[in-house]
Design a protein around this ligand. Sequence first.
Ligand code: GLN
Length: 291
Amino acid sequence: MNQCHSLEYGATVWQAMKWAESVLESSGRPDCHVDAKLLMLYVLDCSDTMLLLNRQKVMAPDQFEAYTKYIAVRQTGVPLQHITGVQEFMGLEFKVNEHVLIPRQDTETLIEQLLGKLKDNGALKGIDIGTGSGCIGISLATYIPELEMTLVDISKDALAVASYNIKMHQLEARVKTLESNLLAQYDGEKVDFIVSNPPYIAQKDMEELMIEVKEYEPHLALTDYGDGLYFYREISKLAKDYLKENGLIAYEIGYDQGEAVQDILKAEGYCDIELHKDLAGQDRVVIARRG
Ligand code: GLN
């Protein structure tokens, strides 16, 4: 069998994965090994252990067809998660599509920092601005039992995904969506915290993104079409009117925005400003308190 170009009927699971890895690699896709395996798990609809046990089995024709089709799609740069329709985040599954950012592992740092500060505080209220898939607000509400969240987004299409995820996690009673440009439509009570992972990539850096991101993820969720700091300025200014005294503001930031975002918060009068790094050692989270 020519592993580089074609895969023939009768291939085993293992042979198919090796073939997939090599064609993805030759198309310049990152994470070929992982994606070849994850797409196989998706097609066989089985666990890691079952995959291991079945690796010498010949693939059934329908599975073979599906797998080779998905690999061809993935070769063109379509993100894996747009094929499988899901992404895991904070140990939870989230539906995703082309209308929302795919939840990133980096963002788990933001959740972990907030969980550390918020848990054991009883009933709390929070707002997630630019919620996308809802991954931030939904995972906070999952891990903080009495928390009530409002998930805000300007995009109806994104909110449809967030709503689906709220239902999937059975959080309709405590988690609501709101279609709004930032907080313009919010007329609820003041909250204990506001969290946001806003579009923070500067326009000038957009060209450098991988195809997976640049071509397939919504630009509305990626960039402010400016210097990347627009939403930190706007939200930091607005949030003071919606936060209770001592309420928290928590942001995900770009690796090189730590100083600028701390300066913005300082200028707006916030206190106890903290900068936290992600697992890769990059600046990733800024948290501050309303003075
Ligand atoms: N809050 C969502 C996330 O972290 C979307 C963020 C965004 O669209 N910039 O995945």
